[in-house]
Write a protein that binds this ligand. Structure first.
Ligand code: G3H
Length: 539
């Protein structure tokens, strides 16, 4: 056994000064109707996945506490969003595009000033490495910048009138109403903001509930939200999902449900809405993305991509590669090279230089991963890598399982963690059948050099998944690419441009192209008598 607890969890003194959290953060603030309210009720403890050693003892770091709001406060937040929307007549949904963009730019400016605090909390709350936490923050800022650009582009394209079959019309995108935005714990900033920002910029009003873990890191941004947006446009609540969010859905006043989480969670919540036909859902859900490694694959590339695909952020990405089908003629060599690289991954604390493997934030996760490994062992698999499945507190060293078959839970369950099942195959139809029969349909990765064979497998997947990666791991980026999934993996498509579309609907003003109608339309435009009908061009 090469790993020791001492090499993973450290003592307080070994934490670099800028990342130390001396006192627990007691958050009582929440944002409703432009007011930072102070909660006097009970609080929810926030535990870090990080244990700190003191002598021979280790204890889990308590980071702070957040408000445990009830259905009452949650409905107050909803009322604020409903009033701000005011059936489409509120200040925000009727504001000019230029002005709405200015509010978002203000927010971005203020958000950038809080980078250090947010990055530090990302590390402490979800165990994400410093490099990845910084990347998450910066990627989110870039996403906002690109969203503004894309919205300007969209608006420019709508700035002209179209003439068709004796009609003239102007077609523009308008908001949908009140949005509920909820993000996941693995990207508590980025994924949440990829729905929240497009929802806001398109003129919707929002109730936002931060993820289950990665919740304190929103606190530094509360003031930025408060100062940058008119009252009621963005409302931020905390508490137990079932109680707070359940009440929102039951009210029937949510028009858009943007949720990144499990399909079970999405089903349970959607079901509560009394008028499902009025609810638009944008969902990013479960996935079990396979890699298929063909006999002629460039093995170094395949192994490198599979390492990144299975183990970036300890495998806690919805886009992670969660099962590897490796051709039986090369599987031994693949495993040797794969294991050699796994052994080089450095376990440790998020702020450690070059760290690759860190503690897991979900309570009970290590126990769950152990169960998966035990179940696979009981059905004939072995942990084939050095230190595989070593665990201590919240840390779990990657377990490479081989040979995996359909009797094992890990064959079909989404492990969302550092367990790598490897399935040997001899016939290309085996991984194809796996995908076709799976409940999930997010992405696949094919590794090979024989173009005919790659093309055949690729074509078998085009109606099964949202993205087919050739000689590359599965991933969401670049953020301009469409991100979606089939079956239980998603509803709707997100990308910088698509997100603007999913949070809006096209409305048009049309008239017959008679002389008198042309006169009316041109007078309206010339005298700027309408906010909608306008040929103003945003620069
Ligand atoms: O967890 C799902 C994320 O959207 C994945 O994004 O592929 O860029 O890590 P990523």
């Amino acid at each position: 056994m090469g790993i020791q607890i001492e090499t993973i969890f450290s003592s307080e003194e070994r934490i670099p000064q800028p990342f130390r959290i001396q006192e627990p953060i007691e958050q009582r603030e929440y944002l409703i109707n432009g007011e930072l309210k102070i909660w006097q009720g009970s609080l929810n403890p926030v535990l870090s996945p990080i244990y700190l050693r003191k002598g021979d003892e280790s204890s889990q770091k308590i980071l702070g506490r957040t408000p445990l709001l009830t259905a009452k406060e949650s409905l107050e937040a909803l009322d604020a969003a409903v009033n701000a929307y005011n059936l489409g007549n509120g200040l925000w949904p009727t504001m000019s595009v230029v002005d709405r963009i200015e509010h978002v730019e203000d927010f971005l400016k203020s958000m950038r000033n809080r980078r250090n605090e947010v990055v530090t909390l990302l590390m402490w709350e979800i165990g994400k490495s410093l490099k990845d936490s910084e990347r998450e923050f910066d990627r989110t800022c870039d996403y906002i910048v690109e969203t503004i650009k894309a919205y300007k582009e969209l608006d420019r394209n709508s700035a002209k009138l179209v003439e068709e079959q004796g009609f003239m019309a102007q077609i523009r995108r308008v908001p949908l109403g009140v949005s509920l935005c909820m993000g996941p714990y693995n990207y508590p900033l980025n994924e949440t903001f990829t729905t929240l920002i497009p929802a806001l910029i398109m003129g919707n009003t929002v109730v936002f509930k931060p993820a289950k873990y990665g919740v304190l890191l929103i606190r530094p941004l509360l003031e930025s939200f408060q100062k940058s947006f008119p009252p009621g446009v963005i409302n931020i609540i905390y508490g137990r999902g079932r109680e707070t969010v359940g009440a929102l859905m039951e009210s029937g006043k949510i028009d858009v449900f943007a949720f990144i989480g499990t399909n079970k969670g999405a089903n349970d919540l959607k079901r509560l809405h009394p008028k499902p036909h009025r609810l638009k859902a944008i969902l990013g859900l479960d996935a079990k993305n396979p890699a298929i490694v063909l006999p002629d694959a460039d093995l170094d590339n395949a192994v490198n991509e599979c390492i990144a695909g299975t183990l970036s952020f300890n495998g806690q990405r919805c886009t992670a590669l969660k099962i590897l089908f490796v051709h039986d003629t090369i599987v031994e060599e693949f495993i040797n090279r794969f294991n050699a690289l796994v052994s080089k991954l450095k376990p440790g604390m998020p702020w450690d230089d070059g760290v690759a493997l860190t503690p897991l934030p979900e309570p009970g996760k290590v126990g769950y991963l152990k169960e998966l490994v035990e179940d696979a062992r009981a059905h004939g698999a072995t942990v084939v890598n050095e230190n595989g499945a070593y665990h201590e507190y919240t840390f779990f060293f990657p377990a490479v399982l081989y040979p995996v078959n359909e009797k094992m839970r890990v064959y079909s369950e989404e492990q969302f963690g550092p367990v790598i099942p490897i399935v040997p195959f001899s016939d290309d139809t085996e991984p194809i059948k796996y995908v076709v029969n799976s409940n999930f349909g997010q992405q696949v990765s094919i590794f090979g050099t024989d173009s005919k064979r790659v093309a055949r497998i690729m074509d078998a997947f085009v109606n099964q998944v949202g993205r087919i990666n050739v000689n590359a791991q599965s991933q969401r980026g670049p953020d301009t690419f469409p991100f979606n999934g089939r079956k239980d993996s998603a509803e709707g498509t997100l990308s910088i441009a698509d997100a603007l579309r999913v949070f809006s609907i096209r409305t048009l003003v049309a008239t017959k192209s008679t002389e008198s109608n042309k006169q009316i339309i041109s007078t309206i435009i010339r005298n700027r008598e309408s906010a909608f009908l306008s040929t103003d061009y945003i620069f």
